[in-house]
Design a protein around this ligand. Structure first.
Ligand code: ADP
Length: 485
């Protein structure tokens, strides 16, 4: 597959370690393909554990020097990186769509809106303020310093191959940490392009590295190498749990942004058109492959028919196709495994008495395309209410009253995003407080931005990305007792 890029250098097939672009010493590689048709885009290095250990050594040496730079200098480098991403947004979007499948406009939106995390944390770098606290005894002061945790390992998923990187690298580098990143093996090219721009922006060698290769050996090296202080991971709950166990011996710091099972609630006083709009964004963006996607749509009985009708009208307007084609609103799913999960959830709905109102099957386009699907007559017992579908399946569950729906919404081991539409101020306050989730979208289906703390509770993870809180996970507190005053 040939990509027509304004800057062809951005398509890189080497890993980036200690400021050098490297192949695997034994020549091993991993194929990166276009999910649209399986065409080969590039082969990236399959690095073994020994190279990862060397990369960590380099990151450790680089971190010491980086932390000594002033916050203002670190901020300037991050700002330059941000600016280069914006300048190259079209190329980055094309690389992203080609390896991931999402529509080009969504890809560009991902690139631009997540570059903002670099800008934000460049600004925050200058506000890593400590504290001076009066001590309990005369002649004593308590000083609190904030210092970088050290070398951070990042592991990112394929659903946002570009955006998940800047929101991790931004706060890490701003805090004075170095970072070694392993992108998803399906989508390493966005990460490598970002690394090239980091190099051009003047990020010193070893401060930001990208390693590609088989996930497990790299994960093991990250978890067991004593020079890694922190692991920041976005991906499935299963892998997050595994990382937590493996990293336990070294008492490593962990930020985990894991799976969700977002409830999307429409109350009888909601603006139904706005609710449909929000449901479309929250459910069908990225073909339903986001961790904050609405997974279960609860609609109050009296408005269920009207909401469903409006939703179906919008869904019929979605057009499937190759992400690079104009007017396409849904690309292919990432792989066959994703299609299998979707099919399993639809079959389970049908087997237990639910009804498919639209879609429900693979698209005539073939490959991993699946028709956007709306099902009704769904109950809490069905798989779709319990597990994250991660695909374009909108299940409608009707409910009677507020207490019922809150109980159903909270009946999950996950607690990432939640959404509801209502107008009554008192209800809004009550429901926002009652939902067990790290994030609540009220009358909106879009919640992520660089100024807000993104993250989950329960088994959806720990730690926050974005906002003034997002940098805290990359800092340690040091208390200095000053006596003899
Ligand atoms: P998905 O099933 O959606 O691909 P994963 O959690 O498996 O989600 O993938 C998220 C990221 O975690 C990817 O970069 C993947 O390569 C990585 N990953 C998967 N298994 C491991 C592992 N054992 N150690 C480290 N990283 C892993």
């Amino acid at each position: 597959r040939t990509l027509t890029l304004k800057d062809p250098a951005l398509l890189v097939d080497k890993a980036f370690v200690e400021g050098a672009w490297i192949a695997a010493p034994d020549g091993k590689s991993i194929a990166v393909t276009d999910p649209f048709d399986g065409a080969l885009i590039a082969n990236v290095p399959d690095l073994g554990r020994a190279v990862i250990a060397e990369a960590i050594d380099a990151a450790a040496a680089a971190q010491k020097l980086w932390a000594r730079r002033t916050a203002k200098e670190r901020a300037q480098v991050l700002k330059r990186w941000h600016d280069l991403i914006i300048e190259n947004a079209d190329d980055l979007a094309l690389i992203l769509t080609t390896e991931q499948g999402k529509p080009l406009a969504e890809a560009k939106g991902e690139v631009v809106s997540n570059a903002a995390y670099l800008e934000w944390f460049a600004e925050e770098a200058k506000r890593i303020d400590g504290d001076i606290i009066p001590g309990p005894n005369a002649g004593q002061r308590i000083m609190v310093l904030k210092q970088p945790v050290g070398v951070c390992a990042a592991i990112t998923p394929w659903n946002f191959p570009n955006g998940m990187i800047t929101r991790k690298a931004g706060p890490a580098l701003a805090a004075g940490c170095s970072m070694i990143l392993k992108p998803a093996s399906q989508t390493p090219l966005s990460a490598l392009a970002l690394a090239l721009l980091a190099e051009r922006a003047g990020v010193p060698k070893g401060v930001f590295s990208v390693v590609t290769g088989e996930a497990k050996p790299i994960g093991l090296e990250f978890c067991h190498n004593p020079k890694i202080a922190k692991i920041t991971f976005t991906g499935s709950t299963g892998v997050g749990r595994w990382l937590m166990k493996e990293a336990a011996d070294g008492i490593k710091r962990l930020s985990l942004e894991l799976g969700g099972n977002a409830p999307f609630i429409v109350f009888d006083d909601a603006d139904l058109d706005a609710a449909v709009e929000g449901a479309m964004i929250s459910k069908f963006r990225n073909a339903g492959q986001t961790c904050v996607c609405a997974n279960r749509i609860y609609v109050q009985e009296s408005v269920a028919a009207a909401f469903t009708e409006k939703l179906l009208a919008k869904v019929s307007g979605l057009s499937l196709g190759r992400g690079t084609e104009a007017g396409v609103s849904q690309g292919p799913l990432i792989d066959e495994k994703a299609v299998a999960k979707m099919e399993e959830h639809v079959a389970d709905v049908v087997a237990r008495g639910g009804v498919v109102l639209s879609g429900g099957k693979r698209s005539a386009l073939g490959g991993t395309f699946f028709e956007p699907t709306v099902v009704t007559g769904v109950t809490q017992a069905m798989k779709v209410a319990k597990e994250e579908t991660f695909a374009p399946l909108a299940p409608i569950i009707s409910f009677k009253d507020e207490d019922d729906v809150i109980a159903m919404a909270n009946d999950s081991e996950f607690g990432l995003a939640s959404y509801f539409y209502a107008k009554d101020m008192v209800r809004i306050w009550r429901v926002a407080e009652a939902l067990e989730a790290g994030m609540v979208g009220v009358n909106t289906g879009m919640i992520a931005n660089e100024m807000a703390p993104f993250g989950g509770i329960k088994q959806s993870g720990t730690g926050r990305e974005g906002s003034k809180y997002g940098i805290e996970g990359f800092l340690e507190l040091k208390y200095v007792a000053l006596g003899g005053i």
